[in-house]
Write a protein of this length. Structure first.
Length: 201
């Protein structure tokens, strides 16, 4: 009888321990599930905050990227631009300067230079004074045949301006800038000599 009581007590303790272990396991499992749910919610919240912040940064950046425009007082023109003109265009004087973005949208400075008895030019510089290109007005008819062909096919609905710009880049390559008009829609297209489109805006 004592053995039976001892055995029953032992079984009871084992059952209680197993129940305790089971309850402990359940508590751990539920805690892990709750923790996982909290982590997922926190990550989701964090992604929404990051997305909101990214949208704000993108919007702020877009608003600040508006290109510079307007005339530049000659006394405010960077010295390295004045030095470039004096060194490379002897006898030319700077007539005016203004902000004029490149076809890519990058801010640039357009410097008009004149010399009595010579052609007038526009010199284009980046804001830091790096020379980009020389622009010379020419008749549309003087554009390369391939450029004229592309204008007649790809841009047949547009009317080109009678004068275009011949661009001599800093690396001495040549491009052509053509202003196009279709009703009230204006477009500026830059071509390589072989007629390939470099930029369109």
């Amino acid at each position: 009888m004592i053995d039976n009581v001892y055995y029953c007590n032992k079984e009871l303790k084992n059952n209680q321990m197993m129940r305790g272990d089971l309850n402990m396991k359940r508590t751990i499992i539920f805690s892990l599930i709750a923790l996982a749910i909290l982590l997922v919610a926190a990550c989701s919240n964090n992604k929404q905050n990051e997305s909101t912040q990214l949208k704000k940064v993108t919007t702020d950046t877009i608003q600040k990227v508006k290109p510079l425009s307007g005339e530049i007082s000659l006394d405010k023109l960077p010295n390295n631009i004045k030095e470039y003109v004096n060194k490379n265009y002897h006898g030319y004087a700077i007539k005016k300067a203004s902000y004029d973005p490149l076809c890519t949208g990058e801010d640039a400075i357009d410097v008009s230079i004149v010399k009595k008895g010579s052609k007038n030019y526009s010199l284009i510089f980046l804001l830091d004074g790096t020379f980009v290109q020389l622009e010379e007005d020419i008749e549309l008819s003087k554009a390369p045949v391939k450029v004229l062909e592309i204008l007649k096919t790809k841009y047949m609905d547009y009317k080109p301006a009678p004068k275009i710009e011949r661009l001599k880049l800093a690396n001495n390559s040549i491009q052509y800038l053509v202003d196009l008009l279709k009703d009230s829609l204006a477009k500026e297209v830059t071509f390589n000599e072989d007629g390939t489109v470099v930029c369109e805006r």
